[in-house]
Design a protein around this ligand. Structure first.
Ligand SMILES: [Zn+2]
Length: 444
């Protein structure tokens, strides 16, 4: 009964939006049982179609193919992909028009988007309805992994602009909420009355799924915990920021359920999702070919986006791949850890970059994270010789602060280190949390 209900809901949405999410979801439910060789066979079929399209319509990729002696008839294995150069945002910006397909007006449902990023490079790119259908289909499959029950609410915290929303988008978003049996709340408003709305929703829907940016959910979990409230909901779904171990712990302490992380970037969405075994994030290999270089930097090929193809695209994020197979039995590649952006570094006096993960580990192994109920931290590098560490936690002792200062100096050199214990660390303008703000690597 519930399944029919769910099917009708999504089919109505597909008719209204011109997508085929339900069809892709049904396919992806089957393909998740495939073994590696079958997945690779499927990837090769899709890669061939993509490269044929690129050869005929996308000047930048046609150029690469001609240089390597490739054409649509000699793509014989996935290894062929290695003959393409690795490109990044800067490269695309420098050759922008060559990346737009000459037949873009014939591709169905093309929409444009823009990346934002700490590097300041903004890329306008496109995606099409087929690509969006696959991404949303993979997301629907992810909801199954979380054990979503349509009788219970799906509560989403979003950072969109609720105040200046037009009546049309209010109606549209309200209808989507109705179809998906979800409730969208404003992630920027966590006042008492907003928390009360959430508390009432959780009361009525004990098996709800809660979704939002990592730090947003951590904030909510901390607020509820401070009020002495705890729940036992179905799942928490996190996105957009690296989910660290202590975040997971805070969330689990309040909601007593599995935390399901996902990974994607604006340009290529739906890259990987965590299953209920929590052994890593399963790569959506039906949608992307994922490689990493010697430096663990991600290289992604989107098999579905024909309106702005990304082939061997380095998005600036680093990940560690798992060597193990997941205990759920699915054979897809697993991401063990998302390290985040390679630009999230501070620079030592000796010029060596230190990744923000170092500060995370420092707070863990000094036991400050656990003893002081750490919620967030942020490092601001004002200059090569001055660093400010803001820590949102229970009160730190002078000893805690001195330990941190000594350790950071040992790592970065004889610099000036200030440790502040703060009540709140604000998010950036895009709503994402930045663990590192550097005036050295990103002068502002
Ligand atoms: Zn799994």
């Amino acid at each position: 009964m519930v399944l029919i209900n769910k099917k009708i809901r999504y089919q109505v949405e597909d008719v209204l939006s011109g997508k085929n999410v339900w069809g892709k979801y049904v396919f992806l439910k089957e393909s998740e049982t495939w073994d590696k060789s079958r997945i690779e066979e499927y990837q090769l079929t899709k890669l061939r179609q993509l490269l044929e399209h690129c050869y005929n319509n996308v000047p930048a990729y046609r150029g690469f193919m001609k240089q390597s002696g490739l054409n649509p008839d000699n793509i014989t294995s996935l290894e062929t992909l290695k003959q393409f150069p690795i490109i990044d945002k800067q490269y695309i910006l420098n050759h922008y028009n060559d990346f737009i397909p000459t037949n873009i007006s014939k591709i169905k449902g093309v929409k444009s988007s823009k990346t934002s990023g700490s590097t300041g490079l903004i890329l306008k790119y496109f995606n099409d309805s087929n690509c969006r259908s696959v991404v949303w289909g993979s997301f629907l499959r992810f909801q199954d992994w979380m054990g979503r029950d349509f009788n219970n609410r799906y509560i989403v915290f979003r950072g969109r602009n609720f105040i200046n929303e037009s009546i049309f988008s209010k109606l549209k978003n309200g209808f989507v909420d109705y179809l998906e049996h979800s409730k969208t709340l404003d992630s920027y408003n966590l006042q008492d009355k907003d928390i009360e709305v959430l508390v009432n929703l959780l009361k009525k829907n004990p098996k709800a799924i809660l979704r939002g940016y990592v730090l947003n959910i951590v904030d909510i979990a901390s607020i509820l915990k401070n009020k002495g409230l705890s729940y036992s909901i179905q799942a928490v779904s996190t996105t957009a920021e690296p989910l660290l171990d202590f975040h997971r712990k805070i969330i689990q302490d309040t909601f007593n359920c599995g935390v399901f992380d996902q990974y994607g970037c604006g340009e290529i969405e739906g890259v990987a999702y965590e299953c209920n075994q929590h052994k890593g994030l399963h790569v959506t290999e039906e949608h992307v070919i994922l490689e990493t270089d010697n430096n663990d930097e991600l290289i992604l090929t989107d098999l579905d986006n024909f309106s702005f193809p990304f082939i061997r695209y380095k998005n600036g994020d680093k990940v560690l791949l798992s060597k193990n197979k997941c205990t759920c039995g699915r054979d897809s590649k697993l991401i063990d850890k998302i390290i985040g952006r390679s630009s999230d570094n501070v620079i030592g006096l000796n010029g060596n970059p230190v990744h923000w993960g170092y500060f995370h580990h420092l707070l863990i192994y000094t036991n400050i994270a656990t003893n002081r109920n750490l919620q967030k931290f942020q490092i601001i590098q004002k200059s090569l010789s001055e660093i400010v560490v803001n820590i949102q936690s229970d009160p730190l002792s002078e000893n805690d602060k001195n330990i941190l200062i000594d350790e950071i100096k040992a790592k970065l050199g004889e610099i000036h280190v200030v440790v502040n214990n703060v009540e709140n660390i604000p998010h950036s303008e895009t709503g994402k949390f930045k663990a590192i703000i550097s005036y050295v690597t990103n002068p502002q």
